[in-house]
Design a protein around this ligand. Structure first.
Ligand SMILES: Nc1ncnc2c1ncn2[C@@H]1O[C@H](COP(=O)(O)OP(=O)(O)OP(=O)(O)O)[C@@H](O)[C@H]1O
Ligand SMILES: [Mg+2]
Length: 496
């Protein structure tokens, strides 16, 4: 495929449009010029000719009358008048010969001239021999005058006809010009719109794809490649984008490998420490003084924390590469919730936090991996207790729902039903801008004062587990008032 850039495509489109405009204008100008020429000749030649021929006919009649009056009265004044008219007649004949624009008109004019000359020579002869009898010439003169007028009338008709023809022709030129101008304008509009549409599509669609691609990257999914066939700047951009994705994926894999190797290496010595520790507490190495016992207990607690952190890291690195296996079985969520509450009861009592649980109606069965779900519930509950000051409350509720709100919008589930579990606390809450980020890896909300041990992995793991169950997890919160964490798990289909 030939490589055309957006710049070239745009330049091509604009050039075509400019050319169309130039063509339309040039065409309009030539047509107007033609029209102008027609009208000009019609006015200067044909109308002028019509006026002159009318004058000629009048003039010849006046000449005849002067000539007759002279012959009767022999008054020289009539001869002068005749001669004036004769000069005027011949001047007009000359003008006509000058403007005549066709062979036919020229021929007629020559005939008029020669007939008139014959008439003149007869009259001139009579003027010279004014006393002689002139009756003999009368019939010839009359015939000549008749022929002259006849020819002049013919000339008038020819001029009138050519005037009419020019009018019809100019009308045609005008009409054709208008029609062609309309056609070219319509073509220009169609081409312009199509060009604008394709250029806009050509830019917007790939940009949309790129936007979707970046969205996946933002979600931490580097596997999405952008397939763009275009060879232009956007094609190059998407190639660069794909290269970036590949590099990010490599780096991500490197990190996952690193974490899983290091956690394996850390776990082995840690379990030896925990075992040795337990043996000491059991008194295998001899009885411990109360002070020694206190210190060994501190070692025990911290070893447990370290073990949990490493377990979490290991879990997460497995989840991220899809290596963690789930053992999903139909089950009921409420025993799991009750167990988890029991698990954290001691923690809650230490902080004098009241924990209550309520269940609305009969809950549908769900597909569960009990152990993983426990992990989620315990993390959510221990978070609630961790981030709630002494004397606070933690309320756990479960109910069946058909619709649930995400960002205030009601979303209808495609499944028949779902279980919604909420854990509400009266704790420190989460700032608005952190409400989605708390699910990010290692993310801990707030300043140092809010950080209460932990690594910021619990919610990330919880989200992975819930998504593997086909569910959703999200939070709502008001700083200093408390937070609500929601879980949504699709109910088991009847026929499943
Ligand atoms: N109920 C809550 N109230 C207020 N803030 C919370 C609550 N639950 C979570 N957070 C905030 O979200 C952050 C992330 O929670 P997450 O459970 O992922 O990590 P953690 O509890 O800090 O550490 P870990 O769970 O790995 O031991 C917490 O550090 C805290 O800032
Ligand atoms: Mg936690």
């Amino acid at each position: 495929m030939m490589k055309t850039t957006i710049r070239q495509k745009m330049a091509f489109g604009y050039t075509v449009m400019v050319l169309l405009v130039v063509v339309v204008s040039l065409y309009a100008i030539t047509q107007l010029n033609r029209l102008n020429r027609f009208i000009n000749t019609a006015l200067t030649v044909d109308s002028e000719m019509l006026n002159l021929t009318e004058d000629l006919i009048n003039s010849i009649f006046i000449q005849v009358s002067h000539e007759k009056k002279f012959l009767i009265t022999k008054d020289m004044a009539f001869q002068r008048l005749f001669e004036e008219k004769e000069k005027e007649f011949s001047d007009k004949l000359n003008t006509l010969a000058e403007i005549a624009d066709s062979q036919e008109k020229k021929g007629l004019l020559e005939q008029i001239r020669s007939l008139y000359d014959q008439y003149l020579s007869l009259v001139k002869g009579e003027f010279k021999a004014a006393t002689l009898e002139h009756k003999s010439n009368e019939a010839r003169k009359q015939a000549l005058v008749d022929s002259v007028t006849e020819k002049i009338k013919q000339l008038t008709e020819v001029a009138q006809l050519s005037l009419n023809k020019k009018m019809v022709a100019s009308q045609k030129v005008g009409l054709r010009g208008a029609r062609l101008a309309i056609i070219i304008t319509v073509l220009a509009v169609i081409f312009g719109s199509a060009f604008a549409f394709f250029i806009t599509q050509g830019i917007c669609l790939p940009v949309q794809r790129l936007k979707e691609g970046t969205y996946h990257i933002a979600q931490g999914d580097f596997s999405k490649k952008i397939e763009l066939k275009s060879q232009d700047e956007i094609g190059e951009l998407s190639a660069a984008f794909n290269a970036m994705c590949d590099r990010l994926r490599e780096l991500d894999q490197l990190k996952v490998d690193f974490v899983s190797n290091i956690t394996h290496d850390l776990k082995t010595p840690l379990s030896s420490i925990a075992e040795a520790n337990q043996l000491m507490l059991d008194g295998v190495s001899g009885p411990l003084s109360p002070q020694q016992k206190h210190l060994v207990n501190i070692i025990k607690e911290d070893t447990a924390r370290l073990t949990r952190l490493i377990d979490n890291l290991l879990d997460l690195s497995k989840m991220e590469v899809g290596m963690l296996k789930y053992d999903l079985k139909p089950g009921n969520i409420s025993p799991l919730v009750k167990e988890s509450i029991e698990f954290i009861r001691l923690l809650a009592e230490r902080k004098k936090i009241r924990v209550s649980y309520s269940e609305e109606g009969i809950l549908p069965m769900v597909l569960l991996d009990g152990e993983k779900m426990d992990q989620v519930l315990i993390n959510l509950l221990s978070n609630a207790i961790k981030f709630t000051p002494e004397g606070g409350k933690v309320i756990i509720q479960t109910k069946g729902v058909r619709e649930f709100p995400i960002n205030g919008k009601g979303i209808t589930l495609s499944e028949d039903e779902a279980i919604q579990l909420s854990i509400t606390d009266t704790g420190i809450g989460i700032a608005r801008e952190d409400i989605t980020r708390v699910f990010d890896k290692f993310y801990q909300s707030g300043s140092g004062s809010n950080k209460k041990g932990g690594a910021g992995l619990g919610l990330t793991i919880a989200r992975h587990i819930i998504q593997a169950h086909g569910g959703q997890i999200w939070a709502e919160s008001e700083p200093d008032k408390g937070s609500v964490f929601y879980l949504l798990l699709p109910a088991l289909q009847e026929d499943a």
